[in-house]
Design a protein around this ligand. Structure first.
Ligand SMILES: *Cc1c(COP(=O)(O)O)cnc(C)c1O
Length: 361
């Protein structure tokens, strides 16, 4: 069952944002990160739009990789969370996937596997303390794995930065120094840069031919804290719209919504929009969160309901029932809404799909 509320996806914006990543990190190769259903935009759609533009696709898990291969995607695929079960090494071989080795627990499965892979990546934990081996183990791992058939086509190195969204954070330098001292003398390709490292310029310093891993910036939001994508010439790919289904005039003193948390202080025209938290709009968005009506920002009023929210239409006297309003996207960066709701654009984008209709512009 689909709702009237809609998601529009802009393929030109997606490709434009990829070209921004290339411009910010010249002479690098690009793993376009399309995990989590391409951050809510549809993994098959995103892969089709970026085919021939990205050098390969990065996804979280083997299940997502199989969706891509079943859709006929032939580009290189990096599986960020490598095999959990021993049998998954064979799946990587048969579907030409490049898995990440990031934990001791994967080594017995790898030892039993004798297949050849298109590439094998080793993740080093340089300070995020999520996935990866201690950088001091790089040399030992190299010796252990380099003669394995899985590494015949290349053994490569990656790490992930914890604070790249704050370019001045001292941990960035610490992590990059750790990574460089572990792998700069070793054979293989390198990769450390997510979107924030690309936009902030950290990625530009990576060796020529290194791989960048932009995710969020491909979809339009700025990855840097407190900024909006358009400030970096990034364009929103997803626009979420929903219809006004009622308009009413409130007297001063009238309350709006559950808990009566918002009160009119003057005669106020209020509109009801047919989208709510069950559709993925954040329930924590407080009164004042912007909603775009006829291209003007109007403040959300009262609590977001399951299938509806209300908006103060004082700024747009000609708004009528049946008009479509924009919750985020073209004209209203999702990170504005996210900041207001105390979250990040990533969360809003990945949560909204499912119940809404996807329409092509
Ligand atoms: C998700 C992810 C990325 C992309 O991150 P963005 O902040 O969306 O650019 C890159 N590398 C790894 C390991 C990831 O998990």
């Amino acid at each position: 069952m689909k709702r009237a509320a809609r998601i529009q996806r802009n393929a030109g914006a997606l490709r434009h944002n990829l070209s921004r990543a290339r411009a910010l990190a010249p002479e690098k190769r690009v793993w376009a990160v399309i995990k989590a259903d391409a951050y809510g935009h549809g993994i098959e759609w995103a892969a089709a739009q970026l085919d021939g533009f990205a050098d390969g696709f990065a996804i979280s898990c083997i299940e997502e990789a199989l969706v891509l291969r079943c859709a006929g995607v032939t580009a290189p695929i990096l599986v960020l969370q490598g095999p959990r079960e021993a049998s998954e090494w064979e799946v990587c071989r048969s579907h030409a996937l490049q898995p990440v080795l990031h934990d001791e627990a994967q080594l017995p499965g790898l030892a039993r596997f004798r297949g050849v892979l298109p590439g094998l990546w080793i993740k080093l934990d340089t300070g995020m303390h999520r996935l990866g081996f201690a950088p001091l183990k790089a040399q030992i791992l190299l010796e252990q794995v380099q003669r394995h058939p899985a590494a015949r086509n290349g053994l490569h190195w990656l790490t992930h930065l914890a604070c790249a969204d704050q370019p001045g954070h001292p941990q960035n330098r610490v992590q990059l120094d750790q990574f460089a001292s572990a792998v700069s003398e070793l054979p293989g390709q390198q990769s450390f840069a997510n979107s924030a490292a690309v936009v902030s310029g950290l990625a530009a310093a990576a060796p020529r031919g290194a791989w960048i891993r932009p995710g969020i910036m491909l979809y339009g939001p700025s990855p840097l804290l407190g900024e909006d994508g358009p400030e970096r010439d990034l364009r929103p790919v997803m626009t979420v719209t929903a219809p006004l289904i009622a308009v009413k005039n409130l007297e001063p003193g009238a309350h709006v919504g559950y808990g009566a948390t918002w009160t009119a202080t003057r005669p106020t025209r209020v509109g009801v929009v047919a989208i709510g938290y069950a559709d993925g709009y954040p329930r924590h968005a407080p009164s004042g969160t912007p909603v775009l009506v006829h291209g003007r920002e109007c403040p959300l009023v009262g609590r977001v309901s399951m299938d509806m929210l209300e908006v103060d239409l004082s700024g747009v006297p000609d708004a009528r029932v049946g008009d479509w309003v924009t919750l985020w996207g073209e004209g209203l960066p999702v990170e504005r809404v996210a900041r207001s709701a105390g979250t990040i654009g990533y969360e809003l984008l990945t949560r909204v799909a499912g119940r809404l209709q996807i329409v092509e512009p």
